[in-house]
Design a protein around this ligand. Structure first.
Ligand SMILES: [Zn+2]
Ligand SMILES: [Zn+2]
Ligand SMILES: [Zn+2]
Length: 521
């Protein structure tokens, strides 16, 4: 894994051992001397290679046995790899230590950082004789040199013969172990990765739909009250019967170009929308036409660091500042935007306008009004149910993602929480307290849902959500009576592109308030 990695593309070697064919797939190394961008490409290449394999018997992670300097880069790469592998692979993960002669075929200083990261990522992998193997290529190198009559190698023939025997013994032990391991169905790992990017990308959509249910709820309650008042007070009921009952539905509009923008207080500004309400505008575009695939509107989302203004391999880890002169902020201050939601009103009362127009008598109008009240009530019930369904689904998605990889870092970030946190901060900053309250309520019910689900799993009343559970939940969302169709539209991105920046509406006089709460956004 360390040093100048020679492989950039995966290569497959086939060997015949004891009448069995063993296929070795040599993948690019991670912790590449060319820096983290190459590491990232290499991890992608490993996953690409997996696409062509149906089943795997073992995953052999090669390390040197005596490296106390396995630092942040090592941790980063192990996390990258292990969090992308399905947890079923944990029994297929083996460790191979090269240059083992330096430590007499035992594990040296590498032990501490390796054990630490395995524990930290909650892999459940217990390192021991059954999953660690020691090799040394010096015996082979001696043989190659010997053939060229260079017999004067330090250590002499018998020393190298011992190394050869020991390494060969380890290879046999490895192959015997691998033959006995249950094979891993690679599609599980691929599905995990595909599901992950799909589910993380849903954070914005599900949050917008959840928010819209509150708006719809209010609309329906108001309509119900007004209609009831009309009945109670009399008057022109025929006119009142024309009241339209509507709900709010978020409609997705793709941006003409995807962008990476900066969220730092000095890179944003506030403008008034058509209703005179202040709205934060992310006006500093640090990468226009950005083709990176990361979830929308999540500040500092992991893969954003590979966006072009941050690519500098000399700065291996911390302090990836933006190269844009007007910005210069750390990559974690940025987010990606590729689409926006616009709330649109949709009528739900089905009464034919012509019929309503023909109503002349108060009694006829009364019947219509009563039916409309019933419609409003029925839809309040439906919208409450669908809000709860969305909340349950996204809790399940998070638990699935945080539990189904080999590496389950307790720090695994929840895209929903990150999305909500950003928008709570923005709403507070704009003085939109009602919005902030709704989003905060959403966040606490989300964390509550997760707690309930985790408790149920711990108590054994519910099993760990697997791929099928996720599929079922998505199907359930698509089949929702009221919002299902709109959700499908939002998933499938079928909406037309529109021109111009979606955030700028009406420019206000520069009365931007920057209170202390502004700073942490
Ligand atoms: Zn970019
Ligand atoms: Zn920037
Ligand atoms: Zn900035």
């Amino acid at each position: 894994m360390t040093g100048k990695s020679s492989t950039k593309k995966s290569l497959t070697y086939c060997f015949n051992m004891d009448g069995k064919t063993v296929r070795f797939i040599d993948t690019p190394g991670i912790i590449d001397t060319e820096g983290p961008n190459q590491d990232h490409r290499n991890v992608k290449e490993i996953l690409r290679m997996l696409e062509s394999v149906g089943k795997l018997s073992a995953i052999l992670i090669l390390l040197t046995p005596n490296d106390p300097r396995l630092d942040a880069t090592f941790r980063f790469c192990m996390t990258e790899l292990l969090t992308r592998l399905h947890r079923d692979t944990s029994q297929n993960i083996l460790f191979g230590f090269t240059n083992a002669n330096t430590t007499s075929f035992k594990l040296g200083a590498t032990m501490i950082p390796l054990d630490e990261i395995l524990k930290e990522l909650q892999t459940g992998i217990v390192r021991g004789e059954s999953n660690e193997y020691f090799f040394d290529s010096e015996g082979f190198m001696f043989l190659a040199a010997y053939k060229q009559n260079l017999q004067e190698m330090a250590g002499g023939k018998s020393h190298h013969a011992t190394l050869w025997t020991q390494s060969a013994g380890e290879v046999h032990r490895l192959v015997t172990t691998v033959m006995g391991l249950p094979t891993h169905d690679v599609s599980m790992t691929l599905k995990l990765n595909r599901t992950r990017s799909f589910l993380e990308g849903l954070a914005k959509t599900l949050a917008n739909f959840t928010t819209s249910t509150k708006t719809s709820q209010k609309r329906l309650e108001n309509a119900e009250r007004e209609l009831a008042e009309a009945i109670a007070h009399g008057g022109n009921l025929a006119e009142k019967a024309k009241t339209k009952i509507t709900i709010t539905v978020p409609v997705r509009y793709n941006l003409p170009r995807k962008q990476t923008v900066c969220c730092h207080p000095s890179c944003v500004s506030q403008v008034k929308d058509e209703n005179g309400v202040l709205r934060t505008v992310f006006k500093t575009v640090c990468h226009d036409n950005c083709d990176i695939t990361v979830p929308d509107e999540i500040k500092g989302v992991h893969d954003l660091q590979y966006c072009s203004p941050f690519r500098r391999w000399l700065k291996i880890f911390a302090g990836y500042a933006c190269q844009q002169e007007k910005c210069k902020h750390d990559w974690t201050e940025h987010m990606h935007i590729s689409y926006e939601f616009r709330n649109e009103e949709r009528m739900i009362d089905i009464d034919d306008e012509e019929v309503i127009d023909k109503i002349r008598s108060n009694e006829g109008a009364m019947q219509i009004l009563k039916r409309q009240i019933q419609t409003a009530q029925k839809h309040q019930e439906m919208i409450r149910k669908e809000r709860a369904q969305i909340q349950t689904a996204r809790a399940l998605f998070y638990v699935y993602l945080s539990q189904n990889s080999v590496g389950r870092s307790s720090a695994y970030s929840d895209a929903t929480v990150q999305y909500l946190d950003l928008h709570i901060a923005v709403a507070n900053q704009d003085g939109r307290t009602e919005d902030a309250t709704e989003l905060t309520r959403q966040k606490s019910s989300h964390t509550e849902e997760i707690k309930t689900l985790k408790n149920a799993i711990a108590a054994g009343t519910v099993s760990y959500p697997d791929e099928e559970a996720v599929d079922r939940e998505i199907e359930g969302l698509k089949n929702m009576t009221l919002l299902g169709k709109d959700l499908i539209d939002a998933f499938d991105q079928r909406n037309v592109e529109f021109e111009g920046c979606p955030f700028i509406q009406v420019e206000s006089k520069s009365k931007t308030k920057k209170g202390p709460w502004f700073r942490w956004l």
